[in-house]
Design a protein around this ligand. Structure first.
Ligand code: PLP
Length: 389
C-alpha cells in the first residue's frame, strides 16, 4: 500500500539534495570542527557555509545564528536565557495557542518559579487582538513569546505589527517560527525580532537539528554551558552532518519558496474545497486567508478525530488530529479550545499538511475516500444522534 503523507507539519521527508550534502560528513569528513588540525578545518569551513545558508534565508548575519538540537531547545534557550539575564523582570507574555515547547515552558516558569504569565486569547479565527498585547506589556515584562504560524491551523500571526509594538517597550520578542521558516518569507533585517526558533525537520532537513537566531547585542544567558562552541552561546560539539543538511535545506527553500508555495497552495485548496463539498457538516478551522499555504484544519462534526485518523491510516493516508504531540489524548486540543470551536467540532478536527512531495493524484484519492469514512463513523458516533438532518 502506498503511503499518502499529509502530515508535514509533524515532520518532513529529508530532501534528496539534503541527504547527499550530509553524506560525506558521516564517513569521510568526520573531524571535530573545533580541532586545530587541517582535518578539523575541512569541516569548519562547510559549517561556516551552512551558517551563511541559514542566515541568507532569514536575511540576518551568520554570527546571529546558533545551532541547537531542535526547535524545543531553541525555544527553551530563548525564554530561559532572557529571564536569567534579566532577573529583575518577572513577567512573560505568550498566547493561548503556542506549541507545548513554549506553552509548557512558560507554564513551568509560572508554576515552579513564580513568574507572572499572561497568555493572550485568540478569536474564532485564531487571530490575536493586538490592543490586548499592547495593554499587557509593562516595565516588568522580560519576554514576549509569540509564534509566527500555528502548527495545528497554519494561522499566521502578524509578526511585523507585533514586532513594532514590542519594540516600543523594553521587552524582548521571541518568535517560534518552527512552522513558518521555509514555507513563507521572513526578513529579519526589516522585522525587529530579537530571538527566533526554527527546526530542521519541518523543512526537509533531518530531525535533531535546530537554530536559535539571536539578534546581535541581545544579552542572553546560555542554557547549555560547557565548551565555547556557537560563539559561547550553546555548548556541545556541533552536529556537523545535520547542520550541513539544514544549511542545504535552507538554500533549497530560499531558491524555490515562491514556486513551491504556488503549487502546494493549489493542492491544499483543491483538497480543502473537495472535502468541504463532499463531506457533510465539515468546517474549516482557523483563518482562511492568513494561513500557511500547506495547512488545512477541518472539523468533521460529530465524529471523533482519532477514529478518522485510524480509518485513513488503513488506506495509507497519514494526517493528524490536533498536533502530533497532543494526539493520543482524547481532550480537544488547546488550540481548538482557545478558538472556541464547539466541542462536537473540536473532537473531529483533522489536520492535513502538505509538502513538495504531494501530488494531485494523492489529493484526488483522499477526496474520494474521505466521505464514506465520515459517513460510516457518523452512523456509529454517540454524537450522531444530534446531527442536523
Ligand atoms: N514549535 C512548533 C510550532 C512546532 O510545530 C514544533 C514541532 O512540532 C516545535 C516547536 C518543536 O520542534 P522540535 O520537534 O524540533 O523540537
Amino acid at each position: 500500500m502506498k503511503t499518502i503523507y499529509l502530515d508535514n507539519n509533524a515532520t518532513t521527508r529529508v530532501a534528496d539534495e539534503v541527504f547527499e550534502a550530509m553524506r560525506p560528513y558521516f564517513t569521510d569528513l568526520y573531524a571535530n570542527p573545533s580541532s586545530m588540525h587541517v582535518f578539523g578545518g575541512q569541516v569548519g569551513k562547510p559549517l561556516k557555509h551552512a551558517r551563511e545558508q541559514v542566515a541568507a534565508l532569514l536575511n540576518c548575519s551568520p554570527d546571529e545564528i546558533v545551532f541547537t538540537s531542535c526547535g524545543t531547545e531553541s525555544d527553551n534557550t530563548a525564554i530561559h536565557g532572557i529571564l536569567e539575564a534579566y532577573p529583575e523582570k518577572r513577567h512573560i507574555i505568550t498566547t493561548r495557542v503556542e506549541h507545548p515547547a513554549v506553552r509548557t515552558t512558560c507554564r513551568h516558569l509560572r508554576d515552579q518559579h513564580g513568574y507572572r504569565l499572561t497568555e493572550l486569547p485568540v478569536d474564532a479565527k485564531g487571530q490575536l487582538n493586538l490592543d490586548e498585547l499592547k495593554a499587557a506589556i509593562t516595565h516588568e515584562t522580560a519576554i514576549v513569546s509569540i509564534m509566527h504560524a500555528n502548527n495545528e491551523t497554519g494561522v499566521i500571526f502578524p509578526l511585523e505589527k507585533i514586532a513594532e509594538i514590542v519594540a516600543e517597550s523594553n521587552a524582548f520578542l521571541h518568535t517560534d517560527a518552527v512552522q513558518s521558516v521555509g514555507k513563507i518569507p521572513i526578513d529579519l533585517a526589516k522585522t525587529p525580532i530579537d530571538l527566533l526558533a526554527l527546526s530542521g525537520h519541518k523543512l526537509h532537513a533531518p530531525k535533531g537539528v535546530g537554530v536559535l537566531y539571536i539578534r546581535r547585542g541581545t544579552r542572553l544567558t546560555p542554557y547549555l554551558t560547557g565548551g565555547h562552541q556557537e560563539h559561547g552561546k550553546r555548548a556541545g560539539t556541533e552536529n556537523v552532518p545535520y547542520i550541513i543538511g539544514l544549511g542545504a535545506a535552507c538554500e533549497l527553500a530560499s531558491k524555490h519558496m515562491e514556486e513551491e508555495n504556488t503549487r502546494v497552495r493549489a493542492l491544499r485548496d483543491r483538497l480543502e474545497t473537495g472535502l468541504l463539498k463532499s463531506c457533510r457538516d465539515a468546517y474549516l478551522n482557523g483563518d482562511p486567508v492568513n494561513r500557511l499555504p500547506n495547512t488545512s484544519n477541518i472539523s468533521f462534526e460529530f465524529v471523533e478525530g482519532e477514529s478518522i485518523l485510524l480509518h485513513m491510516d488503513a488506506l495509507g493516508i497519514c494526517a493528524s488530529s490536533g498536533s502530533a504531540c497532543t494526539s493520543g489524548s482524547l481532550e480537544p486540543s488547546h488550540v481548538m479550545r482557545a478558538m472556541g470551536v464547539p466541542f462536537t467540532r473540536a473532537h473531529g478536527s483533522t489536520r492535513f499538511s502538505l509538502s513538495h512531495y504531494n501530488t494531485a493524484e494523492e489529493v484526488e484519492f483522499v477526496i474520494e475516500h474521505m466521505p464514506p469514512i465520515i459517513d460510516r463513523l457518523r452512523a456509529i458516533s454517540p454524537f450522531g444522534r444530534c446531527m442536523k438532518q
